[in-house]
Design a binder for this molecule. Structure first.
Ligand code: ARG
Length: 463
């Protein structure tokens, strides 16, 4: 190998080394060192396959195997010297292997290119993150289930337009998020199934003339199959985009819930108290306890969606197969993944620690004429009124209560009969919030019995 100051890995046709700016824009080692473990895992699978197919001598394969383990322990132990001149993790590892083994190290790259190598490493990395996201989501779902179980029959106001709509149960509200996070986990699982094919052996773009066994490497790395088209294998990052899309939707759900926690923990609502462990104080206002974790979770969608948009934009318009543009995939995905995991963990901690304020929830549930729909339904059921008329009568009763400055159950029977003569004492049964929620027995409704059935279903699912 000639050494002219040009790159030792590909310097054969080069007379001079790169400009410093070239090196700076070209190098990815500053961030792709995070792929070290996956890179070495991929190389080990590749070397074992090269030996099994007779492409590599057993003694060389064995030396490479041991050398790679040494490199891995150096990286994990923090003693590895990363070099920007060596561009990326793939060449850093191989260069160190060369120092350790000499010539056999140079045989590792037979029937392989950095193009299939990086595609493989990155898939392995994203696959781990998918698994971590699913565990994080399941932990969060368990925390929500515990909250739901404790307050399956606690009433609170349900909102539309953030205006009091109808009473619901605390358990029902918690379980709404269990459903959402369940679908998020489902999206990650779907993405995992689709992405679990191995690019290794696609080589630079066209495959290789060596008699490799791609099924063997795919299996060794836990993939379901090798990618069936070598051009596709090295040139698409849709697996990373599916991860980011799933992460974005999940971050959107987290953001909505975080917003509710911010509102609920305010002095005006007092629906929940967040624990000290997940709140901060103010340096000037001694009374303050701020829901910073919830606010930051609410904001995380910004960078996660940003990563999604950034990578889509990088990928659009790229001709097949590999282009260096694709090196811009990693930082976006790393940042999105780190922040998603952090947001999931913080949300899980906050939910596990928070205390719902049952008296405040119940008091709020009864205000704002939340049982007006129950009253209208009663008029339909008991007085055989058409729903449109019942809606009108109820509206008049709400207006009357509003003018008097009281809630619906505080009106007297005589006052009600003044609006609609047929109303009887029985109406008061449906004006209470507990009766209201208990009556919502339709499948998926807010009745505690329905909520408990959903809690049981999810507990079994998550067991
Ligand atoms: N560091 C590169 C990346 O992340 C590795 C692949 C380089 N391939 C190439 N043909 N230059 O994309």
């Amino acid at each position: 190998m000639s050494d002219t100051g040009s790159n030792a890995m590909w310097g054969g046709r080069f007379a001079a080394g790169p400009d410093a700016i070239m090196e700076a824009i070209n190098a990815s080692i500053g961030f792709d060192k995070r792929l070290a473990k996956q890179d070495i895992e991929g190389s080990r699978a590749h070397a074992a396959m090269l030996a099994a197919t007779g492409i590599l001598r057993d003694s060389d394969a064995e030396a490479i195997r041991e050398g790679l383990l040494t490199v891995l322990s150096e990286i994990e132990g923090g003693t590895f010297q990363f070099s920007t001149a060596l561009e990326d993790i793939h060449m850093n590892v191989e260069a160190r292997l060369k120092e350790l083994l000499g010539d056999p190290a140079g045989r590792l790259h037979t029937a392989r290119s950095r193009n299939d190598q990086v595609a493989t490493d990155f898939r392995l990395w994203v696959r781990d993150q998918i698994d971590a996201a699913i565990s994080g989501l399941e932990a969060l779902q368990r925390a929500l289930l515990a909250q739901a179980e404790a307050g399956a029959d606690w009433v609170m106001p349900g909102f539309t337009h953030l205006q009091t709509a109808q009473p619901v149960t605390w358990g029902h509200h918690m379980m709404a998020y269990v459903e959402m996070f369940g679908r998020d986990a489902g999206r990650f699982r779907d993405a995992r199934t689709r992405m679990n094919e191995c690019p290794l052996g696609a080589a630079a773009l066209a495959g290789t003339s060596f008699p490799i066994d791609r099924h063997m490497t795919a299996e060794a790395l836990g993939f379901d199959a090798p990618c069936a088209n070598s051009l596709d294998a090295v040139s698409d990052r849709d697996f990373a985009l599916e991860f980011l899309s799933s992460a974005t939707i999940c971050a959107m759900h987290l953001s909505r819930f975080a917003e509710e926690l911010v509102i609920w923990s305010s002095a005006q609502f007092r629906f929940v108290a967040l624990s000290d462990r997940f709140s901060t104080g103010s340096s000037i206002m001694p009374q303050k306890k701020n829901p910073d974790a919830a606010e930051l979770i609410r904001a995380k969608i910004g960078r996660i969606l940003g990563a999604n948009v950034a990578l889509l934009t990088v990928m659009k318009g790229l001709p097949l197969a590999y282009s260096k543009d694709m090196q811009e995939d990693k930082e976006q995905v790393f940042d999105a993944a780190d922040n998603l995991m952090l947001a999931l963990a913080a949300m899980e901690g906050m939910v596990s620690d928070m205390t719902a304020n049952r008296p405040a929830l119940e008091a709020a549930a009864a205000s704002g004429f939340s049982t007006a729909t129950d009253l209208a339904d009663w008029l339909v059921r008991e007085l055989d009124m058409p729903f449109r008329d019942a809606h009108h009568v109820t509206g008049a009763l709400v207006k009357l209560a509003e003018d008097k400055g009281c809630d619906l159950p505080d009106l007297t029977l005589e006052e009600m009969q003044g609006v609609s003569a047929g109303i009887t004492e029985g109406v008061f049964d449906v004006l209470g919030v507990h009766n209201s929620v208990a009556s919502r027995m339709s499948y998926g409704g807010t009745a505690p019995e329905q909520v408990r059935a959903q809690i049981a279903r999810w507990k079994e699912k998550l067991a």
